[in-house]
Design a protein around this ligand. Structure first.
Ligand SMILES: Nc1ncnc2c1ncn2[C@@H]1O[C@H](COP(=O)(O)OP(=O)(O)OP(=O)(O)O)[C@@H](O)[C@H]1O
Length: 611
């Protein structure tokens, strides 16, 4: 028997899910952490207290009417009192309906308003985290926290506190009435309360463990769904559907086991509570019946007493069940706390200077950088300088550190040693949004949002006028193809630009960078995803975009680099060569070799457009 019970109550060993568990936090700490968030909503607890106070009084009045029916109508078989009892009873039921409505609507309003602002806060916080966080974490899990776990915080604070108040008030009212009616029977009924508490505490702990596991596995399921569906083209192209399904099923099965463990614990808890409750009720009924036979109690009095005991046990049960609700909610709240405890690695210093529009003087001075947790340096002692309007090309094999330079220029990360400067000032001493406002980017992976063409271009500068958007599109050679789209600038382009070709996406990205009109331009492999023809077609728009801006162009295939004022060759994070195209060719080093390779493979062919 004990063995069966132990198995029923076992939470199971935590599986090695994709998502690590959040560090445990005691419920009191969860409470302290989130209580300040209820500022502004606390006064709404007052009507809830009011409803909690009036509700049990109405209930007690209904029960009292029942006593009168038994003692004054049924026992003496006299119908007359019933004539006023019936409308009074109906009135009470109506009143309790109106109260219930007001209570439901107002409490839902408060919880939803609270959730609205908390979710927005959590989203704001997550959005403000540095790129490093997103590169390390599984997006699906973060989404499941922002959309799912946040609700639990509300349960913990507002619904939980409101319910606790509701139960305590009900308990107080019914206890007062019972003590007033029969203190001896009431004390007997109260003997079982410690049993309620004991069971509540024990089961709450088990439920918390099971809930923690369930929330963690929910995060894993979301992570897999997001990764597989987000890369559906890759999955289908490589026929990996069955593998992805197995992965999804494995994580879902883990979640199923955790949900079953929690359901089993609850299912055992419920009859345990009922047995305790019935024991108390039977004891009271025994003593009450004895008192009835002794003539110390009327039948109506005994029935009222038993009905009130039922009402007394319901808040006691509610309070002990609230323990399990709190523990379940705190398992989710822990995941939110872990998210909120993440600090952005890149922050604005208190004395940061507002930069306004920069001239565009870019300098890397002895920059060393290692990704958090990485064993080797991504950049070691990298130095270069680009004066306003100059073009600097970064060349090197895959993994040499070129994109890392771009990330440091955007201040997604800070260097471990050395400094990145804009107009001679260390980026760390400038305001973060100012640094980014001065840089426009065109990346290898084009970022196109689900929205209209116009919105996608204006993303570079939301206040851009229609004329500026069209001028940017013209300069980016995008205007003609946009005009041919079914609804021109109002055509919806799918998420990640699925309805556009690679070259069209790139031209939209160029138009967006044009509209931004920043003095510094970062081009990270802007032509690498395109075939030779499309690559050639975006060279002119790119040139127009680069004119008058300091440009850092990152390229594998030397397509866009010949015209650069200066070419920096990176190898394993170090600058190995540095000079103009001709100087580097004469030197006969890595660049010359890469250039020869490009020439022979034909990859460099579009580069000739530049020469
Ligand atoms: N988020 C990251 N966390 C840890 N290591 C990283 C991260 N991003 C890049 N790296 C490592 O840093 C090094 C430089 O990467 P980077 O992306 O800058 O190279 P790259 O020259 O731009 O390569 P490619 O031409 O293939 O885009 C590589 O060894 C890479 O594995």
């Amino acid at each position: 028997m004990a063995h069966v019970l132990r198995r029923l109550l076992s939470v199971g060993e935590p599986t090695d899910a994709l998502v690590a568990p959040a560090p445990p936090v005691p419920p009191s700490a969860v409470f302290r952490r989130f209580w300040p968030y209820t500022r502004g909503w606390r006064r709404w607890l007052l009507p809830i207290v009011f409803f909690s106070l009036v509700g049990p009084l109405v209930d007690a009045a209904e029960i009292w009417l029942f006593k009168i029916v038994v003692d004054d109508v049924l026992v003496p078989r006299d119908l007359r009192p019933f004539l006023w009892i019936a409308p009074a009873y109906l009135g009470l039921v109506l009143a309790s309906g109106v109260l219930g409505f007001a209570d439901d609507v107002s409490s839902t309003w408060v919880s939803e308003r609270f959730l609205l602002s908390l979710r927005a806060d959590v989203f704001r916080h997550v959005q403000g985290l540095s790129l490093g966080f997103f590169e390390r974490r599984r997006l699906g899990d973060v989404l499941s926290r922002v959309t799912g776990d946040v609700d639990a915080v509300e349960t913990f604070l507002l619904s939980g506190v409101a319910d606790a108040l509701y139960y305590v008030i009900r308990l107080g009212v019914f206890l007062g009435l019972l003590l007033y009616l029969r203190w001896d029977l009431t004390l007997l009924a109260l003997l079982i309360v410690p049993l309620f508490w004991g069971a509540g505490r024990h089961f709450s702990r088990l439920i918390k463990e099971a809930s923690r596991e369930r929330r963690r596995l929910s995060g894993s399921v979301s992570a897999i769904a997001e990764e597989s569906l987000g890369n559906v083209a890759l999955v289908q192209a490589y026929n990996r559907q069955a593998w992805e399904e197995r992965r999804f099923e494995r994580e879902s099965a883990g979640r199923f086991r955790a949900a079953m463990a929690s359901a089993r614990i609850r299912a055992v808890y419920r009859p345990v509570v009922e047995v305790i409750e019935v024991t108390g009720g039977l004891a009271v009924m025994g003593l009450g019946t004895w008192k009835l036979t002794q003539g110390q109690l009327t039948l109506g009095g005994l029935l009222v007493f038993l009905a009130l005991i039922g009402k007394l046990y319901s808040p006691v049960r509610g309070l002990s069940r609230l323990g399990t609700t709190f523990y379940t909610a705190s398992a989710s709240a822990e995941r939110i706390i872990e998210l909120l405890d993440q600090r952005p690695q890149v922050t604005e210093s208190p004395g940061a200077r507002r930069i306004g529009r920069a001239r565009g003087d870019v300098e890397f001075d002895g920059v060393c950088f290692r990704y958090p947790g990485a064993a080797s340096w991504a950049l070691s002692d990298v130095s270069f300088h680009a004066a306003p309007g100059q073009t600097l090309a970064l060349v090197g094999a895959s993994g040499a550190g070129k994109s890392t330079v771009a990330k440091l220029q955007l201040r997604f990360y800070d260097p471990d040693r050395g400094a990145v400067r804009l107009d001679g000032t260390d980026l760390r001493d400038l305001d973060l949004s100012g640094v980014r406002e001065n840089v426009a980017v065109v990346l290898q992976e084009t970022l196109v949002f689900h929205g209209t063409v116009r919105e996608n271009i204006a993303y570079g500068r939301p206040e851009a006028t229609e004329a500026e958007i069209v001028a940017a599109a013209r300069a980016a050679d995008a205007h003609d193809f946009i005009e041919l789209l079914p609804e021109g600038y109002d055509t919806l382009v799918g998420q990640r630009g699925r309805t556009l070709s690679g070259g069209q996406c790139q031209r939209l990205a160029i138009a967006r960078a044009m509209v931004r009109d920043a003095p510094v331009l970062l081009l990270d492999e802007p032509t690498s995803g395109l075939d030779a023809g499309s690559g050639r077609r975006i060279m002119d728009p790119l040139r127009r975009l680069m004119a008058g801006r300091t440009t850092i162009v990152i390229s594998h295939n030397l397509m866009t680099v010949r015209e650069a004022t200066r070419i920096v060759v990176l190898d394993h994070g170090r600058v190995t060569e540095d000079g103009t195209h001709d100087q580097l060719l004469r030197r006969g080093g890595t660049y010359a070799r890469l250039n020869r390779l490009n020439g022979t493979t034909g990859v460099g062919a579009p580069g000739k457009v530049l020469s």
